[in-house]
Design a protein around this ligand. Structure first.
Ligand code: PLP
Length: 850
């Protein structure tokens, strides 16, 4: 092949004895990556090959020699184990689902209940590297938990030929990005075929071009994930590159990615004849589905724009993950115009008119998040704090309401227990809670049992896991080139890097600037004292990738590596290259402490701390993201010193000083406080609280139950209600909208009588009476509501709806009474607002009296 003659590759599967066929079925479903017994089964076949190949069961079955397979097919012990795992798999698939199981009658799903879930990345397993960080892991865990609970959900995304990138650190501590082409035939992923058994190729129209899209499928338990791939010979070179890299820095490629994700998803839904009840956009990247949905409803179903928009606004969910405006995906207006003007004209819009739906104020940006917000029924942040931050950040979209009324809620993220909890801790769950804990993760009292596990058992489980992590990391260090070129003594030290007896702190995540991976280096002298403390030494493990275009992130990596080299700490202040799910799992399961020090409030949620906490690693973390909802002094530490300090230097100084103090005076002291058998009872007490609190409250099943109860089901029920007679209800919209539009301006407060004046002092417990006369200007009273908005506290508002009394001489009278409690300064205002079902976007139709 060196002489430029191109040979076409194909792949030969080994012959598989009949009685081993179930092995393939297991390997072809990612269930076997998170089920502990399936994992053990594959590991048993050949632990070395299995580990070397990223725990990829498909590849394992390809790599082992046929003779070994024959041997296994005669090995009774193995066949027994295979049988029992296969049984477990089948009973998993046949499980009726949480909602039926718990006999939640109202929640028993109808046949046509379907959720479509869209995400730019999915982090499912180390062998399928099409993720970059937290967002992807969250999407992956979302699918896994939907499968566990029996939630009818289908995922859509892109299949990146080169994934994100592999990270290599060179001898100077610099990050190099290596792009490895994925070979899909050796992974648990399959081409989707059409009824002629040929590869399913969807054609999507972009401008005047056609892009061909190949469809792939991953089985995530009972959930299907469809991934799109444009690397086809029939495509123009530009389009072939679209699905090469996740988060490509080229803006043109990026917009094409988001177009392909959206257009191909909608096309595939059609092809599969799935009519989703709910469309869930995970981050703004998929918001172009809105344009395709409009087009479908208008062109194929005879909806007007207004009607189509209303329907979309009843069944879309948007989850935002980014608490900084700049982090939200936005495209240059001209780029969007270039690619999408035609589609936008097709729904009857001038491009610039439509673009306003994606803008807070006119300008050159087309914001995917704004578009998603303005077309969604439910919008949520991913922690309580992030929900509040998001309300404030997006308030400018709806300036006529107060910030607190912004329709942005929160559902705090969670993580998938079976994926992230170690074998050792799972063993304890099985014994002390019962192996059915997975279906009962919401029952608080079963988790109390964690507190009564004998200390020694927790400690042994943890130490055994920690030792395993250390072995794994030493192996990694040996093969990494970053420490090559050091003197011999330091490379010998590397072979024995890390000690299971030393307090071990893990820090691993994307090296985004706001995560401040180098904060711990703020005061190197102090850090060295802490690291080198004779009685209470500490060791650190870092890992994480910087985005290829992020020079600051890369500099942070180098700073960490240089510090270790300069101080001969390469064996206990280590950086592990090429952070991925496998490394993440080893770290969160093996370290003693998980450190997280982002700039508050930039961490929307954070999930690695949850993974660590479930395994008994104690969080030392800024009280940002999810941590304020969990931290209670018994289960870890909270850092607060720098919060709100404007001066960055001072802020970082304060935060780092608090970290040093906590590590030196609290963490290390507690950790090294041992009994005569070297057991740290006080430490273990905190481990138990961490395991209990985090597993109970931050598991993915809890998160999905909330999405279901708050969003998915209410949407399903509401859409069912309005879908009668081909959405008759929605088709009446235009008339109402017209009435509002032509009369709204002259709807007026005529007279307001209230039993207090401004600056009146009244006593708590007394009540206030209100009487409001409106000139409704012919707008029917059932189109709007009148309420008192009562500010009881700085950020607390109560709404008291006023009662309609009568309508005479074009005047409507409203009345109400509300009680005053509390003390201090309070205030009120009177608000008229149009009901959501009447107009296309009610938050623009608001009038205040004052
Ligand atoms: C969990 C996880 C993340 C997210 O970690 P954060 O704490 O949310 O930053 C990123 N990458 C990998 C590989 C993970 O497993």
């Amino acid at each position: 092949m060196e002489n430029n003659i191109n040979f076409k590759k194909f792949y030969v599967k080994p012959k598989l004895p009949n009685n081993l066929k179930p092995l393939y079925e297991l390997a072809e479903n990612l269930w076997s990556t998170w089920d502990i017994s399936a994992y053990a089964l594959f590991n048993r076949i050949d632990p070395i090959i299995f580990r070397k190949n990223n725990h990829n069961a498909i590849k394992l079955l390809q790599k082992i020699p046929e003779t070994k397979l024959m041997e296994l097919s005669k090995n009774k012990g193995f066949l027994n184990e295979l049988n029992s795992v296969y049984k477990k798999f089948n009973s998993y698939k046949n499980y009726s689902g949480y909602f039926k199981d718990k006999n939640l009658k109202k929640n028993i799903f109808a046949k046509n209940f379907q959720i479509a879930y869209f995400s730019m990345e999915y982090g499912l397993h180390e062998s399928i590297p099409v993720y970059s960080g937290g967002l992807g892991i969250l999407s992956g865990d979302h699918l896994k938990a939907a499968s566990d609970l029996g939630l009818p959900l289908t995922g859509f995304g892109l299949l990146y030929q080169y994934g994100y990138f592999s990270q290599q650190i060179d001898m100077n501590g610099k990050q190099k990005e290596i792009y490895i082409k994925n070979k899909w035939y050796e992974k648990s992923i399959k081409k989707v075929t059409d009824k002629n058994n040929e590869d399913l190729i969807l054609k999507i129209n972009v401008r005047d071009d056609e892009i061909s899209v190949k469809v792939w499928k991953i089985n995530v338990g009972k959930v299907s994930l469809y991934l799109f791939d444009t690397n086809l010979e029939i495509n123009k070179p530009l389009y072939r590159k679209v699905t090469d890299h996740l988060y490509d820095s080229d803006r043109e490629i990026r917009i094409l990615q988001e177009i392909v994700l959206a257009f191909a998803s909608i096309k595939l839904l059609d092809y599969l004849k799935i009519e989703p009840s709910v469309f869930h956009m995970n981050e703004g990247h998929s918001a172009f589905i809105i344009i395709k949905r409009l087009e479908n409803l208008i062109k194929n179903k005879g909806f007007s724009f207004l009607e189509a928009r209303k329907l979309i606004r009843t069944n879309s969910v948007f989850t935002t993950h980014t608490p900084v405006p700049a982090g939200n995906e936005a495209f240059d207006l001209n780029l969007v115009k270039h690619y999408l003007e035609k589609d936008i004209n097709a729904v009857g819009f001038d491009f610039y008119e439509f673009a306003k739906y994606a803008q807070v104020e006119s300008g050159n940006n087309f914001s995917m998040s704004v578009l998603a917000i303005r077309f969604s029924k439910y919008i949520n942040g991913v922690s309580k704090l992030h929900g509040e931050v998001s309300k404030e950040m997006w308030h400018p979209i709806y300036p006529k309401i107060i910030k607190e009324e912004m329709p942005i809620d929160y559902i705090t993220n969670g993580v998938h227990i079976q994926t992230w909890v170690s074998r050792q801790i799972t063993g304890l769950f099985d014994r002390y809670i019962g192996s059915d804990y997975i279906h009962n993760s919401d029952i608080s009292k079963i988790w109390d049992n964690i507190l009564s596990i004998p200390d020694i058992e927790i400690w042994e489980a943890h130490q055994s896991r920690k030792q395993q992590m250390i072995t794994f990391l030493r192996e990694k260090l040996k093969t990494s080139i970053m420490y090559k070129g050091n003197d011999i003594t330091s490379s010998e030290r590397l072979d024995n890097a890390l000690s299971p007896d030393k307090l071990t702190i893990g820090f691993a995540r994307r090296f985004a600037t706001y995560k401040r991976a180098n904060l711990i280096l703020k005061d190197k002298k102090r850090l060295l004292e802490i690291l080198n403390n004779k009685e209470r030494p500490i060791q650190f493990i870092f890992a994480g990738k910087a985005h290829p275009a992020d020079e600051f992130g890369k500099a942070m990596i180098k700073e960490i590596i240089d510090f270790a080299k300069e101080n001969s700490l390469e064996d206990r202040f280590i950086f592990i290259e090429d952070y991925d799910i496998n490394i993440a799992r080893h770290l969160v399961q093996g370290v003693d402490v998980w450190l997280n020090n982002p700039i508050k409030p930039m961490e929307a949620s954070g999930t690695s701390g949850m993974k660590a906490g479930m395994n008994g690693a104690l969080n030392v973390s800024i009280l940002d993201g999810w941590w304020p909802e969990c931290y209670n002094k018994n289960n870890g530490w909270g850092i607060t010193a720098g919060y709100g300090v404007e001066d960055e230097e001072v802020r970082d100084y304060l935060d780092s000083k608090e970290i040093y103090d906590i590590l030196e005076f609290e963490v290390a002291k507690l950790y090294y406080n041992r009994d005569s058998y070297s057991i740290p009872h006080e430490w273990i007490r905190m481990m138990k609280h961490s395991i209990k609190d985090v597993t109970l409250n931050f598991n993915m099943h809890r998160m999905l139950r909330q999405y279901n109860e708050k969003y998915y089901l209410p949407i399903y029920n509401y859409v069912k209600e309005i879908s009668n007679n081909n959405y008759e209800e929605i088709h009446k919209t235009q008339e109402k909208q017209d009435i509002i539009d032509s009369n709204w301006e002259n709807l007026k407060f005529v007279d307001v009588k209230i039993t207090i004046n401004e600056f009146t002092t009244i006593r708590s417990g007394e009540s206030i009476k209100v009487n409001v006369d409106l000139d409704t200007n012919n707008i029917p009273d059932e189109y709007f509501s009148v309420e008192i908005v009562h500010q009881t506290n700085k950020n607390t508002f109560e709404s008291h709806p006023l009662k309609f009394v009568k309508h005479e001489n074009n005047l409507s009278t409203y009345k109400g009474v509300f009680n005053i409690s509390g003390a201090g300064e309070q205030s009120y205002n009177i608000k008229i607002s149009v009901n959501d079902s009447i107009v296309e976007e009610n938050l623009f139709y608001v009038k205040w009296y004052y």
